[in-house]
Ligand binder design. Structure first.
Ligand code: CA
Length: 225
């Protein structure tokens, strides 16, 4: 796996290089915003660690370009916590962020987590999420048609589970297994009420269209794309 490190502080870049190489990744470093897209085209990295404040060209502009031209995952590195919503939002679409100051170990852990998530079954190309639905498991964020869904943790897990295999019917038991470590304390009715709330939130954004179908006597499924 190739990691492109975009960082203009030479010392930081070298520390990151050392840790990432020790974790088994091949690393290239660039220290200027203008050098990023050429490096991306030449080297085809598997993941980009992108500092926000860069000489030459702002990290936000660079991220926008990467997103417009590639599907390579981007982890933004920033000291500006007020920017995080925007970084992870649909406009820029970074896959994760790391706040400065950070520990190099944390960076390696995040890199591994993002790569693992992208290789996970939920994102296999033959199982795309229904059009317009975007789930960011790492950030616990979901949106429909570009509008954020304000979900409880249980609703989020429910939606993620259904979206992992669109079109598949999940029984209430299977959904409970995915929702709770110990579901002896909850009942089928619990699933029904969470599904009801989730449907209402989806319908607020897309009135008159039911993305979650109930299959009488069996369970629920998410509409296949
Ligand atoms: Ca910088």
């Amino acid at each position: 796996m190739n990691i492109l490190v975009v960082e203009d502080e030479a010392k930081l870049a070298e520390i990151l290089r050392a840790y990432l190489e020790a974790a088994g990744y091949a690393v290239r470093c660039v220290d200027n915003g203008l050098a990023v897209m050429p490096a991306v085209r030449d080297w085809r990295p598997d993941l980009i660690l992108l500092d926000l404040m860069l000489p030459g060209r702002d990290g936000l502009d660079v991220c926008r370009d990467i997103r417009a031209q590639t599907a390579i995952p981007v982890i933004m590195v920033t000291a500006r916590t007020d920017e995080i919503d925007r970084l992870l939002g649909l406009e820029l679409g970074a896959d994760d962020y790391i706040c400065k100051p950070y520990s190099p170990r944390e960076v390696v852990a995040r890199v591994k987590a993002v790569l693992r998530r992208l290789q996970g079954p939920a994102l296999a190309p033959d199982q795309p999420e229904p059009a317009g639905l975007v789930i960011r498991a790492e950030a616990w964020q979901a949106s429909l048609d570009g509008k954020p869904l304000d979900l409880t943790p249980v609703e989020f897990r429910l939606l993620t589970l259904l979206a992992s295999q669109p079109g598949r019917i999940f029984s209430r038991d299977q959904l409970l297994d995915g929702l709770y470590d110990d579901h002896r304390v909850v009942t089928d009715r619990t699933v029904d009420s969470h599904i009801k709330n989730l449907r209402r939130k989806l319908a607020d954004i897309r009135p008159g269209q039911d993305l979650i179908r109930s299959v009488y006597g069996v369970g629920y499924r998410l509409e296949a794309p």
